[in-house]
Write a protein that binds this ligand. Structure first.
Ligand code: NAD
Ligand code: MG
Length: 407
């Protein structure tokens, strides 16, 4: 590890999904704390312009572009620039796994969206890396594999998802993810309710892409924004919380809190409830995870307690938002059911973003894929390859449902 002027270690960070919403927030924090962090490795899918600018700004030693054409375009751009010779550009998804286990890094920020993030997160866990986990889909798909890989290799996983980071903070400095915290009665995951919290079912059914991605409180990538609108995001987070904190589905409740100020709560057996509060800005949980167990400055607006601040709470509506029930059922059914839920949801959300199906049809695609896959999804896949085979099969079924709906 390199040291700064004070002799402290400079942490070398691999930012996975560097061009996305989580990646950009992470790079903001690295830029603010050059004496503590260095962006050693950056990865992206195909955003060449943005990655080129990040190379100029952060001078990483290695970049992975999963799209080979984008990788070549980046190499061409870099070869004409003074930054060029210092950066190695790797292409293809295998490059992500290579980067995740690199001895050149001290931590990885897992900010790739969707199942594409799983192989690298799992490889990082197997090689005992410190993982700042935003990519919730990895745990939803492969929770059991992740827990056993991280525990046997001694990988420290720090949750970045704001709710899980809030719970992690409430559990205290001694707590380590993947163990069951003592004295806890239940976890309360807060949900903003998304842009359609107050819409009726009929109006929601035909909501446009623009309406679905206009989140009232958070600025995020398109996929998670649609997940917030269907509340599947909270369903995925319920599954994520189950694996991270070792509690059963029945001990995790969801409460709608439209202001997104209370990021989640832990209720203890003695009746105490601890909560973590803050402005809805991902730089807080990312900074918390980057510096844990210390604290660093993040340029986040402080809460204003002088005004008429209201904190409202209400139960979620399972009729308008069936995702919550589907997620609970998939977790109870066990095996690869949550991986099927995730795969079907990714296909349906992409079809909605591509304007192939209507918003309200997302739920039906997930539900019918889960039913169709029920016979084979009951067993727990023993390897990541077996799991990815189930994932592919679920995607094929969900895509067939999308095609039927288009006719
Ligand atoms: P985003 O769409 O803004 O960015 C996604 C990143 O992943 C980009 O850098 C993109 O290049 C990369 N990527 C996309 N497809 C890829 C592929 N096939 N192979 C390799 N890389 C690929 O997404 P985001 O909003 O930053 O979300 C990232 C993850 O963090 C998601 O799992 C999301 O659920 C989670 N998360 C995000 C937020 C948020 O505020 N954005 C909050 C909590 C959790
Ligand atoms: Mg969240």
């Amino acid at each position: 590890m390199k040291t700064n002027a004070k002799g402290e270690g400079v942490q070398r960070v691999a930012v996975f999904g560097a061009t996305g919403s989580i990646g950009k927030s992470t790079l903001d924090l690295i830029a603010l704390h050059p004496d503590r962090f260095r962006a050693e490795i950056l990865t992206a899918h195909r955003q060449v312009d943005r990655m080129f600018r990040d190379c100029e700004r952060f001078r990483p030693s290695c970049v992975v572009m999963t799209d080979p054409e984008a990788a070549q375009a980046l190499r061409d751009r870099l070869s004409e620039s003074p930054v060029g010779s210092g950066v190695t550009v790797i292409d293809g998804p295998a490059g992500l796994v290579e980067a995740a286990v690199s001895p050149e890094i001290d931590m990885i920020v897992a900010g790739i969206v969707g199942a594409a993030g799983l192989p690298s997160v799992l490889a990082a866990a197997q090689s005992g890396k410190r993982i700042l986990l935003a990519n919730k889909e990895a745990l939803v798909m492969a929770g059991a594999l992740m827990v056993s890989a991280a525990t046997s290799a001694g990988s420290v996983v720090l949750p970045v998802d704001s709710e899980h980071n809030a719970i992690f903070q409430c559990l205290g400095e001694q707590y380590r993810c993947f163990s069951t915290p003592p004295g806890v009665r239940r976890l309360l995951l807060t949900a903003s309710g998304g842009p359609f919290r107050a819409w009726d079912k009929e109006r929601m059914f035909s909501a446009t892409v623009g309406q679905a991605i206009a989140h009232p409180n958070w600025s995020m990538g398109r996929k998670i924004s649609v997940d917030s609108a269907t509340m599947m995001n909270k369903g995925l987070e319920l599954i994520e919380a189950h694996w991270l904190f070792g509690l059963s589905e029945s001990d995790i409740d969801i409460v709608v809190h439209p202001q997104s100020i209370v990021h989640s709560m832990v209720e203890f057996q003695d009746g105490s409830t601890l909560a973590q509060l803050g402005s809805p800005d991902m730089r807080t949980p990312i900074a918390c995870a980057m510096s844990w167990p210390q604290r660093i400055h993040a340029p986040v607006k402080a809460l204003d307690w002088t005004g008429h601040q209201r904190l409202d709470f209400e139960p979620p509506d399972p009729v308008r938002f069936p995702s919550l029930t589907l997620a609970r059922e998939s977790l109870r059914a066990g095996g690869a059911n949550s991986a099927v839920l995730n795969a079907a949801n990714e296909i349906a959300v992409q079809a909605f973003l591509d304007e192939q199906i209507r918003f309200g049809e997302i739920f039906g695609i997930v539900e019918s894929t889960l039913s169709a896959m029920a016979p084979q999804a009951g067993r727990l896949p023993e390897s990541v390859d077996a799991l990815l085979a189930v994932d592919q099969e679920a995607r094929a079924i969900a895509s067939a449902h999308v095609a039927e709906m288009r006719r």
